[in-house]
Design a protein around this ligand. Structure first.
Ligand code: CP3
Length: 348
């Protein structure tokens, strides 16, 4: 059971308090990619599992790496260990993570490709991920929240169209051309994402985050139709089944359009990229972010100054401390510890 940290006397995570706008005992904090290769204990379990995907689908080992960062750091939440590409994999596309090269995924570039895909609920992949959720929840004490997640339709579709590549040119062309199969793929991902997040909530996830890592690719009507509307449909669908489940939307890189993301009905908080100042958003919004993960490579003094700047720019009752993107490979675990201490000192 993970129960270390000063938050341990609380019975509910400060993360859930801030997300539901209840008075929180402290500024909640967690980090995107808090479990991962920068931690030696992660590398050791990953080796034991075999491949990254074997780790994702092994509930015992995935639960272990999910809780690892909470043993080291005084955080308020764990995030399920899995990947946004679990959804296309469960839908039937072949997936491989080539060592040092990133994902290689089967492609969807026509209506026939789309018609071959199956629903995610009931697949071995999603069943195993939900087992990880249940196992992990059982290992966390009450003051630590468990966050579930999925990728957003635009981001996941960009990997499905590009075969796992982070090059979004083909997906963007299909979006501009309003290809029928592309619009149908987005709609299909909305439906599968609702089912997937609902299954995670049923298994014990207490909040969910939708990762739209490439949302900043689009503007105007494309942003509206392929980012904002699909996100709104997922939030509505999830809330229809789980009315009290808090939802965080991370539409990375949209800048001023973060206001539109925040205005989506049912959104409890928005994740904000490093490149946009939290203080420039309206004060009625709960914001998550946005320390630069690259600042963590610049050493403890830089990090302490950045933490002070961010914490003094937004009231702790509406701020979830996090990074503007995931922790980078090569980050010193001691610097992550320094971030945690700096945040606690700011509010001390
Ligand atoms: O945040 C967490 O700690 C939870 C687990 C998590 C992972 N990926 C684990 C992972 C989450 C939430 C993700 C999301 C994800 N995956 C996104 C959206 C967020 C973002 O970073 O923009 C995206 C685009 C992916 C797709 C993905 N997964 C890529 C492109 C890669 C390869 C590049 C890389 O960083 O290695 C992955 C692999 C991956 N996902 C790793 C981890 C810990 C590294 C795999 C390993 O152990 O070798």
């Amino acid at each position: 059971m993970i129960e270390t940290g000063k938050g341990a006397e609380a019975t509910r995570s400060a993360l859930l308090d801030v997300l539901t706008r209840s008075p929180a005992k402290r500024r909640p904090m967690w980090f995107m990619r808090q479990a991962g290769r920068y931690l030696p204990e992660y590398r050791s379990v990953r080796e034991q599992a075999g491949s990254f995907l074997d780790l994702c689908y092994n509930p015992e080992l995935a639960a272990e790496v999910t809780v690892q960062p909470l043993r080291r750091y005084d955080l308020d939440a764990a995030i399920l260990f899995a990947d946004i590409l679990v959804v296309p994999h469960a839908m039937g596309l072949p997936l491989k993570f080539a060592e040092g090269e990133g994902p290689v995924l089967g492609t969807v570039r026509s209506m026939e490709d789309l018609d071959r895909l199956r629903p995610v609920v009931g697949t071995l992949e999603v069943t195993q991920v939900c087992r990880t959720v249940a196992l992990t929840r059982g290992r966390l004490s009450a003051h630590l929240a468990l966050i579930g997640f999925c990728g957003a339709p635009w981001t996941v579709a960009s990997y499905m169209v590009g075969g796992g590549s982070s090059d979004r040119v083909m997906a963007k062309v299909a979006a501009y051309q309003r290809q029928e199969w592309f619009c149908a793929l987005i709609d299909r991902l909305v439906k599968e994402s609702i089912d997937y997040l609902s299954a995670q909530a049923d298994a014990g996830a207490q909040a969910v985050q939708i990762f739209d890592s490439w949302a900043g690719d689009l503007v105007g009507t494309e942003l509206e139709d392929f980012v904002i509307k699909p996100l709104a449909a997922i939030v509505a669908g999830v809330k229809a089944r789980h009315p009290t489940l808090p939802v965080i939307v991370f539409a990375r890189g949209v800048g001023m359009a973060q206001r539109r993301v925040a205005a989506i009905a049912g959104v409890n908080a928005i994740g904000v990229e490093t490149e946009f100042a939290l203080a420039d958003l309206p004060e009625n919004i709960v914001v998550q972010g946005n320390l630069d993960p690259i600042a963590l490579l610049a050493g403890q003094d830089v990090v302490a100054a950045e933490v002070r700047r961010i914490c003094s720019s937004v009231d702790r009752q509406r701020h979830i401390f996090n990074l503007g993107h995931g922790i980078r490979l090569g980050t010193d675990p001691a610097v992550v510890g320094a971030v945690v201490e700096a945040v606690r000192r700011c509010d001390g």
